[in-house]
Ligand binder design. Sequence first.
Ligand code: HEM
Length: 151
Amino acid sequence: MATTGIDEAMIATLVQRFYAAAREDPLLGPVFAQVRDWDTHIARITDFWSSVVLMSGRYHGNPLAAHQPFLLGEAHFSRWLGLWAETARASCPPSAAECFILLAQRIAASLSRALATPLGTPALEPNEAPAASDHRTRSHHLSPLPHSRKP
Ligand code: HEM
């Protein structure tokens, strides 16, 4: 990430600005209103991005389990990504912003797919036909999420 100039301070600023905006958003705000401890949430998300971008290994949570109670749909993900891109472009140099945006898009796609897949359903990639012999599990589905990455 050396070429993007991303460091811990940039991550902290982006995360704080993003959640300040997300809490005010008409679609996302009511979901985030359910967060009980914002200091803990912000610290966890900062650790998450530090692990994803700087490979610091600081994040040890489970994003899929954390989102399961909230019944998030495509509209939530689309708004989240739009706001993230807007905040990243306003807060970071262009190459850093594009890096944050691309990573968020990949993680959101993985999260959204996993949330839409009932437990025990074989995980299918786009354009992949179901096969009677397909016994793959949910864990295959989640490989792009950072909690499954080795530190
Ligand atoms: C679809 C829109 C989204 C909404 C409304 C949403 C909302 C939430 C909420 C309410 C929590 C629980 C916070 C708490 O009680 O502490 C949470 C946790 C979290 N979210 Fe999201 N989220 C969304 C998308 C995303 C995306 C796209 C990412 C990653 C790029 C992400 C990363 C995380 C992480 C890392 C946590 C902490 C999980 C843990 O507890 O370890 N979220 N989110």
